[in-house]
Design a protein around this ligand. Structure first.
Ligand SMILES: [Zn+2]
Length: 307
């Protein structure tokens, strides 16, 4: 049994918070058709190869440093909202279910064979993983992306993201984004600082997911320092890179959080499946939880329907 009591609590909280969010939103339903049209590339559709080709990589615009993009472009909400959404998947634990896992927890626990099936389906379908910098450049400037772009994200620092997910993604040349909760670093069943550094060094991107998963909507006083400032500094020390992406614990946000995150140097923040904020879509980028119950086919259908 891998779950500690602390992580059980987190799973329970996450389930309580996210249960109501699995339904496809109105926004998602209306935009899926345009995404399909924009992302299906006839050449890619026929390719069952797994790695991005040199030609694909040449087509993709190199990701610019987000800080060099003019603020006027970055804040043009209407232009951002008009662009098709890039599918973004959110995973938590990658391990086989045990008798103690609750029905709801299994949405957040992806059995190993299921996970491998998900990633193989993405590769067989011609998806190319993109970095958050590529996503940011696309959203703010319309920068070109590889065909069938997708982002893979892993929340909460679980050890199996390093031991199970990482080698599986490597098979396909895939990179991912890891949203780290710094309280967990080095604890049993969680990643160590050295693992987080290795992921970063290998071309994955590390983002902040607070100190101990407190709901951003409830921060007051010193909470911003404890939950955001200190963990960001920790992650920057570990990776030697600036941390500019954030994921809301439980996917929960309010507009009051945006200026707080911006003044701390964040350029974008990720939520879950609910509708984006119409004034600040960069701080409410949508993701779907790739449920542990989903077959590869179900995952593929949900990607198409939700984005
Ligand atoms: Zn989380």
């Amino acid at each position: 049994m891998k779950l500690t009591s602390a992580s059980l609590l987190l799973v329970a909280l996450a389930v309580a918070a996210c249960d109501s969010k699995t339904a496809t939103t109105g926004e998602a339903a209306t935009s899926s058709a345009t995404v399909e049209a924009a992302t299906i590339d006839p050449a890619a559709a026929e390719t069952s190869g797994t790695k991005a080709t040199a030609a694909d990589e040449a087509n993709a615009t190199p990701a610019p440093d987000p800080s060099t993009i003019p603020a006027a472009k970055a804040t043009d909400a209407a232009a951002i909202l008009a662009r098709p959404q890039v599918p973004i998947l959110c995973y938590h634990q990658i391990r086989d279910w045990t008798a103690r896992d609750s029905k709801n927890a299994k949405d957040y626990i992806t059995p190993i064979a299921t996970f491998k099936g998900h990633i193989k389906m993405l590769a067989d379908s011609g998806y190319h993983t993109i970095s958050p910098d590529q996503l940011y450049a696309y959203m703010t400037t319309g920068a070109k992306l590889p065909s069938k772009p997708i982002m893979l994200t892993f929340d909460d620092t679980d050890l199996d993201q390093f031991t199970i997910a990482r080698p599986e993604l490597d098979k396909y040349g895939y990179k991912a984004m890891y949203f780290v909760m710094t309280v967990s670093l080095g604890r049993p069943h969680y990643m160590t600082k050295a693992m987080v550094k290795q992921l970063s060094d290998e071309g994955n991107v590390i983002g902040s997911h607070t100190w101990d998963h407190h709901n951003v909507k409830k921060y007051q006083g010193k909470d911003w320092e404890t939950q955001i400032d200190k963990p960001t500094k920790t992650l920057e020390e570990i990776t030697g890179k600036k941390i500019v992406y954030f994921a809301y614990p439980f996917g929960l946000w309010n507009p009051q959080a945006f200026p707080e995150l911006k003044k701390r140097g964040f350029v974008a923040a990720f939520s879950l499946a609910e509708k984006r904020d119409q004034n600040d879509p960069l701080f409410t980028i949508r993701r779907i939880i790739a449920s542990g119950y989903w077959s590869p086919k179900t995952l593929r259908n949900n990607i198409v329907q939700s984005f």
